[in-house]
Design a protein around this ligand. Structure first.
Ligand code: NAD
Length: 339
């Protein structure tokens, strides 16, 4: 499968690296809007680079960067484009991908109707099989869907309330805030996350609320699920541990904050310190009456990357869900259940 990445930013550079790590995929190239440090990094890694805008090819050449052509040239050489352009921009490319006979994988910043299905591998891989356009769910939605789908399947969820504490901006961003404020991030309740989760898990009754806080790495979700029966804490831990791409953090490891979780990513020597797993703090898993509560963390820059790789295999119907997820997890080094 020849894969192109349109938009070599936070998500795009990670997708490009993950594609390079898959035995069944080739990276045809990435696009850049301008010859900045990202372009120099792509060149140093020998990744074929294309200019988004034909009239800027000279700008790359003036900086001594080799450019293979423009976006149209790249699309015509590929089987699938992973669109990693800023939210809302992806939709403007949809027809162009189709015209060149290429499939398209979009990100969660696009509206759901940009694609035929919103995708989280462990929830609905089969519904993406053979499709032309697939949208990978956003980082928050992916984290919610991973744990909620497993808890629902194993224990039966009647309803869910989830409070989302969202990071303000990504680490590279030096232009936006908040710097010293906590901002209720949506004027309406439920927030758009409820609707997004139901794109993947249509039957789930979920209510989400959110605030944005002045941090740059990781979202935190505080989740309360009302179950169809009472469960013990041990049973709940077993279920969350059995959730794919989810790491239950042992309290004795003292990884009690988002900063320590990211320190784990650093100490493991992962590229860019990425934590692809949803992390669940074991000490927060509690049961009371029919309620099961837990707190989980999502590294927003990383969590969707394995899902993108699985979405590529799904649209080509190359292997089944379990095989694809195993291939992706092995290639990236994703933990299962415990560190
Ligand atoms: P980003 O701003 O870091 O990267 C976007 C890249 O696209 C930049 O390199 C930019 O130069 C380039 N670009 C801008 N206009 C373009 C155009 N017209 N054509 C081609 N390239 C263009 O953004 P990001 O955070 O990587 O987000 C990409 C998508 O992924 C969005 O839909 C976003 O909502 C989604 N997403 C982001 C995160 C996150 O935490 N950053 C997590 C999950 C999903």
């Amino acid at each position: 499968m020849r894969v192109a990445v349109n938009g070599y930013g936070t998500i795009g550079k990670r997708v490009a690296d993950a594609v390079l790590q898959q035995k069944d995929m080739d990276l045809a190239g990435v696009t850049k809007t301008r010859p900045d440090f990202g372009a120099k990094v792509a060149e140093s890694r020998r990744i074929p680079m294309y200019s988004v805008f034909p009239d800027r090819i000279n700008d790359f050449e003036k900086r001594g960067l080799s450019i293979q052509g423009c976006l149209g040239d790249l699309i015509s050489k590929t089987d699938v484009v992973v669109d990693c352009t800023p939210a809302g921009v992806g939709r403007t490319y949809r027809e162009s991908y189709a015209r060149h006979g290429s499939k398209g994988i979009f990100q969660g910043g696009e509206e759901a109707d940009v694609a035929e299905v919103t995708f989280v591998a462990q929830c609905n891989y089969e519904s993406a099989v053979g499709k032309r356009f697939v949208r990978v769910a956003s980082c928050n939605t992916t984290g919610l869907c991973r744990t909620l789908s497993t808890v629902d399947r194993s224990l039966g969820i009647g309803e869910v309330h989830a409070s989302l504490v969202r990071r303000a901006v990504d680490p590279f961003d030096s232009t936006r805030g908040p710097i010293d404020a906590i901002v209720p991030s949506c004027s309406s309740v439920p927030t758009h996350h409820s609707k997004d989760v139901r794109e993947v898990l249509p039957h789930l009754r979920i209510l989400t609320m959110a605030v944005t806080v002045p941090t740059k790495i990781m979202h935190v979700h505080m989740i309360a699920a009302r179950l169809s029966r009472e469960v013990s804490q041990d049973e709940a831990i077993d279920v969350l541990e059995a959730t794919p791409r989810t790491l239950v953090l042992d309290g004795r490891d003292r990884l009690e904050s988002t900063s320590k979780v990211m320190e784990l990513g650093r100490d493991l020597g992962r590229r860019r310190n990425d934590m692809w797993e949803t992390v669940v703090w074991e000490d927060t898993i509690t049961t009371s009456d029919h309620w099961l509560c837990w707190t989980q963390g999502v590294h927003q820059e990383a969590i969707v990357i394995p899902e993108v790789i699985d979405a590529i295999r799904a649209v080509f119907d190359s292997v089944d869900a379990e095989t694809s997820m195993n291939m992706t997890d092995r290639a990236l080094g994703i933990f299962q259940s415990r560190f």
